[in-house]
Design a protein around this ligand. Structure first.
Ligand SMILES: NC(=O)c1ccc[n+]([C@@H]2O[C@H](COP(=O)([O-])OP(=O)(O)OC[C@H]3O[C@@H](n4cnc5c(N)ncnc54)[C@H](OP(=O)(O)O)[C@@H]3O)[C@@H](O)[C@H]2O)c1
Length: 429
């Protein structure tokens, strides 16, 4: 069909129904040029595809942020390859939406070993509760990979928010939560047998390049969503490098070298709920404009599946499982860090100490608050119990008193006999 049509068009010219503009070869060239140009942009902005393969059967992967965006795409891919995946989620696994999502993932990947554990990353207490339970498990649980995809951001123009424990939210979820979790899980990672290729994957974002120095604390006055986000990402990178050194310094009982490695991965700009919140400034009008102009995010941003590629490369590329840890992957190739301070040991030491201090202080305050709350609750319960007992006693006393009064009002047998006798006499008379 197309060949006879083309032949006819070339020999006899375009049929009558073809509009005038389409008869102009220059116009056609322009249209084709634009389509090819857009196609090339789309190909370029979609980024590189991961070619590294690994059999994930039997491997245990723990992931944060697996319920949305890039994280979900990573979970889907690794589960399809047979990994056991544990999602650390804000919601409890009994939540119907989460249960549905897990069911769907299990069905799509034909892998039943996808589980969720509730860990709210905005709470140091929740993290400690989960991680200590994991570490206390006997025999020690297998853990091959930890992937930190959870992320929060305040849209531009948004207000500074704090967690219930009083820590700036982006600092907490994007950095301190991971610091705390890794700190507690560190023995479990270091204790993995030597034949396991253990990886800690830290997704990052090029915003770290423009971050303010970590040495300057970000005061409430200087705070802005962009600065705070970038700073949380830079902190995670500095800490990631320091954590690799902490792992390397560990002397394994078998005297073999460390088999756990930190790998950083930049997914590139991706169309995820987080990115949408940033672009729309979290407003209804922004969302309306986003939907209206959806062609542009579609053209310039990656899909979640493409955003996941560098993380999957970091998870499976065999060369990253050899030699020194702390490498950085972008577009599925190893790249260098764009800031010198990522590898600065002095900055890392100060950050580590300050983070430890903040956690210690917050946990102490929170423990005191919880103890006070518990005491108040116990007091309230005691008062309630005492009030109930007092009520019961009062009711008992009341019943006894009423019984007595009734007994006093009731005529005695002698009185009743006399009354009956009086009644008999009066009737006989
Ligand atoms: N998107 C991009 O363009 C881009 C670019 C560069 C780097 N990255 C990096 O890629 C990673 C994933 O980004 P994304 O855009 O896919 O993220 P996203 O769509 O915003 O998803 C964030 C995830 O984090 C979870 N989360 C947030 N707060 C939490 C909390 N308090 N406790 C537990 N979980 C919490 C969310 O859980 P809920 O589902 O419960 O909300 C969600 O699963 C991030 O590290 C990000 O920095 C992304």
């Amino acid at each position: 069909m197309p060949l006879p049509f083309l032949y006819e068009t070339v020999v006899n010219g375009a049929p009558e129904w073809v509009p005038d503009w389409a008869r102009d070869p220059w116009a056609i060239t322009k249209v084709v040029g634009v389509v090819v140009f857009l196609y090339l942009i789309k190909i370029y902005s979609s980024g590189a595809t991961n070619r590294a393969e690994q059999n994930m059967h039997g491997k245990v992967v723990m992931i944060t942020g697996g319920t949305s965006g890039i994280g979900t795409a990573v979970v889907r891919d690794l589960a399809q390859r047979g990994a056991q995946v544990i999602l650390l989620t804000r919601l409890p696994p009994s939540n119907p939406f989460l249960a549905d999502q897990l069911g769907e993932l299990r069905e799509q990947t034909k892998n039943q070993m996808i589980y969720a554990e509730q860990v709210d990353l905005s709470s140091l207490h929740a993290i400690r509760k989960f991680a200590t339970k994991w570490i206390d498990n006997a025999p020690p649980r297998r853990l091959d990979m930890l992937i930190f995809c959870a992320n929060t951001l305040t849209p531009p123009g948004g207000e500074r928010t704090e967690t219930e424990e009083g820590i700036e939210e982006m600092w907490m979820v994007n950095y301190l939560a991971n610091f705390h979790l890794l700190g507690i899980l560190s023995p479990a990672l270091r204790a993995q047998p030597i034949d396991r290729d253990v990886r800690i994957i830290i997704p990052t974002c090029s915003s770290y390049i423009a971050s303010p120095d970590l040495a300057d604390a970000l005061s409430k006055k200087k705070w802005s969503p962009k600065k705070a986000y970038a700073r949380s990402k830079l902190a995670m990178m500095v800490f990631g490098q320091a954590f690799q050194k902490h792992l390397d310094a560990y002397k394994r009982p078998d005297q073999l070298p460390m088999n756990a490695r930190v790998v950083f991965a930049d997914p590139g700009y991706t169309r995820t709920p987080g990115m949408r919140r940033w672009l729309t400034r979290g407003s209804i009008l922004g969302l309306f404009l986003y939907v209206l102009g959806y062609f542009f995010p579609w053209l310039f941003l990656k899909s979640s599946e493409m955003g996941a590629q560098s993380i999957l490369h970091a998870a499976m590329d065999s060369s990253l499982g050899r030699g020194a840890g702390g490498k950085f992957v972008k577009e599925c190739i190893e790249v260098d860090f764009a800031r010198m301070d990522v590898k600065n040991e002095d900055i890392a030491k100060k950050l580590w100490e300050a983070s430890d201090k903040l956690i210690e202080k917050t946990e102490k305050e929170q423990a005191a608050l919880r103890a006070l709350e518990k005491k108040n609750q116990e007091m309230q319960e005691k008062e309630k119990k005492e009030a109930e007992q007092a009520e019961e006693i009062e009711a008992l006393v009341d019943t006894i008193r009423k019984g007595k009064e009734a007994a006093e009002k009731k005529p005695s047998r002698r009185q009743r006999k006399k009354a009956n006798a009086d009644k008999g006499e009066s009737t006989s008379a």
